[in-house]
Design a protein around this ligand. Structure first.
Ligand code: COA
Length: 164
């Protein structure tokens, strides 16, 4: 299975925040932003594998500052690493105020995707071939995040079954 560099599947999605995207304070709805994050990351995993991919998990997402009506949202999604069938995608969200040109990073999210066949069975993922120092750093850190994620998942499953 041929590997691919992160740059081959990168997605940059740009959205203008319109009234229907906001709450009563004129701030972007968290759910709308999570939808954009999920779509951008799903596109990355589908470009990387050439298969239909589903979201297996989304790590904690924090919103560091409000994004306002009229701001531009840049959602940049890149694959960090593929494991056996799962892949981690990093999504960085920046908001731009087009009236004064200011930028701020407002969220970073990590999502796990799995490519599946027509029966929903997980498929092997092509390896990620990091090229730059930054991509190599993200690749190494992805293994630590995956260990923590799977440990938490196991702890939750154990807690749920002992409460049943
Ligand atoms: C994700 C899914 C395909 C996994 O299938 P499965 O039969 O449980 O398969 P496995 O247990 O072998 O897991 C497959 C891979 O996913 C990973 N995985 C599964 N659940 C995970 C989770 N909650 N978080 C992180 N990774 C997860 C496993 O670690 C494994 O990775 P690896 O092959 O790289 O080692 C399946 O659970 C599914 O279809 N879930 C619903 C997806 C969906 O509908 N998403 C949208 C929800 S709104």
């Amino acid at each position: 299975m041929n590997g691919r560099p992160p740059s081959a599947s990168e997605v940059i999605m740009t959205e203008l925040v319109l009234p229907n995207d906001t709450n009563q304070l004129g701030n972007l709805l968290g759910g709308r932003l999570m939808h954009w994050i999920d779509i951008a990351a799903a596109l990355v995993s589908q470009r990387h594998t050439g298969k239909i991919c589903v979201t297996a998990s989304v790590d904690e997402i924090s919103f560091h500052e409000p994004i306002k009506l009229g701001h531009v949202v840049h959602v940049r999604a890149r694959i960090t690493r593929a494991f056996r069938t799962s892949m981690e995608v990093e999504v960085i969200v920046e908001r731009e105020d087009p009236l004064n040109g200011s930028y701020a990073r407002t969220s970073v999210a990590y999502l796990t995707f799995v490519g599946i066949d027509q029966y929903g069975k997980p498929l092997l993922a092509p390896p990620v071939l990091p090229e730059t120092d930054e991509e190599k750093r993200r690749y190494d850190e992805a293994a630590q995040r995956r260990d923590a994620r799977l440990r938490e998942r196991k702890a939750r499953t154990t807690a749920a079954s002992s409460n049943a």
